[in-house]
Design a protein around this ligand. Sequence first.
Ligand SMILES: Nc1ncnc2c1ncn2[C@@H]1O[C@H](COP(=O)(O)OP(=O)(O)O)[C@@H](O)[C@H]1O
Ligand code: SF4
Ligand SMILES: [Mg+2]
Length: 378
Amino acid sequence: MTTPLLTVDNLKTQFFTEDGTVRAVDGISFDVYPGEIVGLVGESGAGKSVATSSILRLVDSPGEIVDGTITFKEKTLFGLEAGPDGEPRPSEEMLTEEEMRKEVRGREIAIIFQDPMESLNPVFTVGGQLREFIELNRDLPTEEAKQEAIDMLREVGIPDPENRYDEYPHQFSGGMRQRVLIAMAIACRPDLIIADEPTTALDVTVEGQILELVAELQEKYDTAFIWVTHDMSVVAEICDRVNVMYLGEIIEQAHVDDLFYNTKHPYTQALLNSIPRPDETIEELDPIKGVMPEAINPPSGCRFHSRCPEAREVCQRVHPEPRDLSANDRPHNAACVKYDVFDVGYDASPPLETDATGGFSAGLTQTESEAEADGGDR
Ligand SMILES: Nc1ncnc2c1ncn2[C@@H]1O[C@H](COP(=O)(O)OP(=O)(O)O)[C@@H](O)[C@H]1O
Ligand code: SF4
Ligand SMILES: [Mg+2]
């Protein structure tokens, strides 16, 4: 059995704001094996970006990683130990900021953002930036780095790379800019690439092309990916294993086939119901009711209870822990009290009225009363 490339254990990242503590990432654990594509999926605000920036220790103030361990190739990217006063302090093994910058970020773990302009400088040519990045990170002489940059542009499907090398980012389309970022990400042959919704702003056709390119490159270089998305169709297309996040927690973890065909968690099911599937008609699409609550003071019990179509009274009280529900040799776990039958009495508990069951569907009531206020009797 191979060992994981990356292990995230009980990671907690919080933002200390005037309104209170935002528990953006609240005790997540997952790992990534060499060469696999691991999905991190969930609606906006679930904590996906904070989780990935925590891995690279790029959380901005007032944010802070407050607990957990992050291990990458036997290096401790984050870890705590008890100090002389009993208070936690960075562990002795934890890499320094300088080691993170020089050894890890960009070289061993690269990141691709949704907005390429976060990574590309508009006043320098695309080729020049790529060349400089290669020169710096791979200690290559300028001419060699330039040739490598042109080769990389060609590799990611930029037509006529010799000439486009001298163009500026604004002369590239969104899809082409994302290809440049992919070139930059793979330029140092990292073991892991974190892709934070890189195709979200692109139209579906371009998105499909980029996903195809990534799949090709992944195979060629055997790079592992953490693929962040809110879109289950993207997950289906590209991921090997998936972590589903809701309000700072991972609520289901499974191989992609098990997630789609043996779905365990009602939130995962709700995400799946909201995307088109080849075996269903568009009319059957069912968007998730309600909105995700704030990560300050998250709901008691199961955090999904206010929107869950299967919620029962007990769900308000009991916080479900992940349970192993594997039906084959692949790990599969979900955190839902349904699977705690004998302990907490889900079956005996009365149903709970929620956004999904029409109980407190504020959105609908508002729309109706607004229609009345408009004087309409439609
Ligand atoms: N700088 C910040 N200050 C306060 N809260 C933040 C900050 N950045 C993110 N958050 C909060 O952390 C939570 C998770 O955000 P994020 O990881 O960006 O979600 P996702 O990427 O899944 O859409 C959200 O509730 C968001 O409001
Ligand atoms: S614990 Fe209850 S509210 Fe949460 S997902 Fe399961 S059934 Fe729904
Ligand atoms: Mg995000």
